[in-house]
Design a protein around this ligand. Structure first.
Ligand code: SAM
Length: 371
């Protein structure tokens, strides 16, 4: 167990769910041994691999929103020799059909919580037991209320080491799915489609709105553009609609974001020019392959203000932009990213500033390409 990152909430979930996991780990004539256990949003694999190890499970079904989590689980599973004990799935019937036990690391966004709760209630077995855990500091009473929309019984476990579990059972019958949500932004002539866990939901973030005001000034002759950290794909869709000749690659590390962006592209009739990829800061994009990158960078990792992902994005942008290519960014002015963009991408000018946000353009210098 100490080969991979595990915290008190993971341990509490594994302990509280132990009897249920043993019961669900029995041989099922159709699904095989343990095929009735699902794990959702495991951070690095501690829940999945911990449950497999403690209960000799096979056929565990796993969904993780973040690509980094998926890679960590795969890597840790190789180390402990459990790669053949689980399969990964999108949030839906393949993941949850007939499942009796769900171990679920609670997401922070209530709409992400609502979509997953609804999917469990819709597809899992009527006797399903959900063990949804997290650190006390991230749990709110509103989470119980959201779970209670999909389950007849919701209660909290006793806390241990600043962690707690919400136990949900008795799934309600769910009518029409509420997700993804579709919203028309009339003033931008855009439709947005959002899965629960996607940034800003079906609304236009105020920073993104400010960046969109500069769309016409962005590199006019660009052929290949990237929407980096695409969320619901608003930037990609707006750019593709405004410029009929442009091709856009939209990337995000979140499965919910990528699914939302595909749906947003289709809703705006530009899916043929938007390629959507789940990727960590566009690491798989080739060098010198884009003329324009649009980015409203993340500034949260978990609850902490952390700029690591944004800096990684700028670093990758310096590699992926062609010489003369442009990065357009919007950020909370206090984050002051200008210096780091200047170093990692090229000459950076402030193009606009309002009470809260700064929009910058960074141009990749010719000499950088020769280094
Ligand atoms: C501030 S949101 C912007 C979303 C969208 N572009 C918009 O303007 O509405 C930042 C996005 O970056 C994504 N993100 C964070 N870290 C990332 C990483 N390392 N690689 C790819 N995407 C990442 C988040 O999932 C989130 O969707």
């Amino acid at each position: 167990m100490n080969l991979f990152a595990v915290d008190a909430a993971d341990r509490l979930m594994l302990d509280v769910a132990a009897d249920s996991l043993t019961a669900a780990g029995g041989i099922d004539s159709r699904l095989g041994r343990g095929g009735r256990v699902a794990v959702i949003d495991d951070g690095y694999g501690a829940l999945t691999l911990g449950a497999i190890a403690a209960h000799d499970l096979h056929g565990v079904r796993v969904h993780q929103d973040l690509l980094t989590g998926e890679l960590a689980l795969a890597n840790n599973a190789r180390i402990v020799g459990f790669t053949d004990r689980f399969t990964t799935h999108e949030l839906g019937p393949e993941l949850l059909g007939d499942v009796r036990v769900v171990l679920w690391r609670l997401p922070r966004a209530l709409s992400g919580l609502a979509e997953t709760a609804e999917a469990i209630a819709r597809f899992a077995a009527p006797e399903v037991e959900v063990f949804a855990g997290g650190r006390d500091k991230y749990l709110t009473p509103a989470m119980n209320e959201v779970l209670a929309e999909s389950f007849g019984s919701v209660r909290a476990s006793r806390g241990r080491q600043k962690s707690r579990i919400l136990l949900a059972s008795d799934p309600k019958s769910i009518g029409e799915p509420r997700f993804p949500v579709r919203n028309r932004l009339d003033d931008r002539d855009l439709d947005v489609v959002a899965h629960g866990a996607a940034f800003s939901g079906p609304r236009l973030d105020i920073g993104t709105r400010f960046l969109l005001d500069y769309l016409e000034r962005m590199k006019p002759d660009a052929r290949d553009a990237i929407d980096l950290g695409c969320g619901t794909g608003i930037l990609a869709a707006a750019l593709a609609k405004a410029r009929p000749g442009i091709r856009v690659t939209a990337t995000d590390q979140s499965a919910a974001a990528v699914a939302s962006t595909r749906a947003t592209a289709a809703a705006n009739g530009v899916a043929d020019r938007i390629t959507v990829l789940q990727d960590d800061a566009m690491s798989s994009a080739p060098d010198n392959s884009a003329d324009l990158v649009l980015c409203n960078p993340p500034f949260h990792v978990g609850a902490a203000v952390h700029t690591g992902s944004a800096i990684k994005m700028f670093q990758q942008t310096g590699r992926v932009l062609r010489p003369g290519g442009e990065l357009w960014t919007v950020y909370n002015t206090h984050l002051n990213y200008r210096g780091v963009m200047e170093r990692m991408v090229g000459k950076t000018d402030v193009m606009g500033r309002n009470r809260k946000f700064t929009v910058t353009r960074s141009v990749r210098g010719l000499h950088d390409a020769e280094q």
